[in-house]
Design a binder for this molecule. Structure first.
Ligand code: GAF
Length: 448
């Protein structure tokens, strides 16, 4: 799996690291803590000032959307399963003014240091700039339903790391949806916005994603983790998570992931093959017992060896090999873990929740095979810390971040130890973020 190392992986903070352009960075011995997070207001002020320098215009509209951390439930959303994410206090903010060029949406990204433009009359011509496609896709979804934006000049400022598995793309999409509504004085429901953003991701960016990211980015609640039932597209439970005893520590491996490069789509296709073979509508309908019956000889969490034989295979409609069985086992057991984790979260049973996070990581590493060496090293280092309840990769995988559930008092020492170990073993200095559950996307200002 090709992965890109993010620039500036040295032991000193680099101006070229993701977000460093706009984030306040504290450099401790061996790690970089992006702390405190920039407020929506300060991101908005930076974007407005850039807009004014670039176009001479004052900001007229602004919208913001958070990133997300998925606590547990990975690669279950597109299998009609359960997920347990939270929106986080890292934001993408868009600030806009009436456009100076006819028929154009021009966008400057402060975090990427890039500028791009699309033609409003040719929204289906995909931009060469991948990040622009997310915005273009949302514009096209609104235009399909006769909500047509006038020309705009937009500046994007963000504290959500790009390529970190924290849903920077969903944040961009939902901020754009709210911006379009502010500009056109339209109001769509949250589920209409979520649908538009999911389509933008699938059609515009070519990632056959599920609904988790766009749903939590739109519907996140301050101080809460949400249990989502992805079969129904509904919030099944809202769980307050404000215990001062714990903190959520996100650590960026320094390796960026790119979900559009095929491996994500391949996993999704494998899951569809399993459903076809088992004649079920989705993996939500597969019980743990079915998996146990299908995998009597499948060693628990070991490297893949030879195809297995199972008497039940005679019932299968298409050839079913060990790889597919492992994919199925991950999804089925992950759904169970999400439900168990929800109970643990409700009862503040941090050690049980932590164990579930580790189990989830091992299943993603060995059965679903979407982790990578750097993420595995981070989780191993976290597991060696007494003050870490649990940790796992978060998001689509192949790079990006881990999330660790940590004893609040020990947050700083845990971040230091893991980071120092990581520098020694991988040679990269990770970025650490303490994140808190936050509210979902919204219009944040319409200036007179
Ligand atoms: C990405 C996708 F966009 C989500 O829909 C989800 O499948 C996730 O990977 C894996 O859980 O973030």
């Amino acid at each position: 799996m090709p992965r890109r190392r993010i620039d500036g992986g040295a032991t000193q903070p680099s101006r070229r690291n993701a977000n460093v352009v706009i984030a306040f960075v504290e450099c401790h011995s061996g790690y970089i803590m992006i702390e405190p997070p920039l407020s929506i207001e300060s991101l908005q002020a930076r974007a407005a000032s850039e807009l004014n320098q670039w176009t001479g215009s004052a900001a007229r509209w602004s919208a913001a959307a958070p990133g997300r951390v998925n606590v547990i439930g990975e690669h279950t959303d597109y299998n009609g399963g359960w997920v347990l994410p939270m929106a986080i206090d890292r934001y993408t903010v868009l600030v806009a003014a009436p456009g100076l060029q006819a028929d154009r949406i021009r966008v400057r990204s402060l975090s990427l240091g890039e500028q791009s433009a699309v033609s409003l009359s040719r929204l289906s011509d995909l931009s060469d700039d991948k990040w622009m496609r997310y915005l273009q896709g949302v514009l096209a979804e609104y235009a399909h339903r006769a909500v047509v934006c006038p020309p705009l000049d937009i500046v994007v400022a963000s504290s959500v790391p790009v390529g970190g598995g924290l849903s920077s793309s969903a944040a961009l999409e939902l901020a754009m949806a709210h911006l379009i509504e502010a500009v056109t004085e339209t109001t769509w429901s949250p589920s209409e916005r979520i649908r538009a953003a999911v389509s933008a991701e699938r059609d515009g960016a070519g990632v056959p994603c599920g609904i988790m990211d766009q749903t939590i980015v739109e519907q996140g609640e301050q101080g809460c983790v949400l249990l989502l039932d992805c079969a129904q597209g509904l919030i099944s439970s809202t769980i307050p998570c404000d215990d001062p005893q714990i903190a959520w520590l996100v650590i960026h491996s320094g390796v960026s992931h790119d979900l559009a490069d095929g491996a994500y789509a391949q996993r999704r296709a494998e899951c569809e093959m399993i459903c076809e073979a088992l004649q079920v509508g989705s993996l939500r309908d597969v019980t743990p017992e079915m998996i146990t019956t299908l995998t009597p000889d499948l060693p628990a969490l070991s490297p893949i060896q030879s195809p297995i034989q199972s008497p039940i295979q005679s019932r299968l409609k298409v050839p079913f090999d060990e790889v597919l069985l492992r994919r199925a086992r991950h999804v089925v057991t992950e759904n169970q873990r999400v439900l168990a984790a929800t109970e643990a979260l409700k009862t503040a049973n941090w050690s049980t929740l932590g164990e579930l996070l580790f189990e989830s990581h091992h299943s993603l590493r060995d059965d679903y095979q979407v982790s990578c060496e750097e993420l595995d090293v981070l989780v191993e280092l976290a597991q060696a810390q007494d003050d870490v309840f649990g940790a796992r990769m978060t998001g689509g995988g192949f790079g990006g971040c881990i999330v660790a559930l940590v004893d609040r008092e020990a947050l700083s020492s845990v971040a230091t130890s893991i980071s120092q170990g990581y520098v020694q073993r991988v040679g990269l200095s990770p970025q650490c973020y303490r994140v808190k559950p936050a509210s979902g996307a919204d219009v944040c200002a319409v200036f007179a």
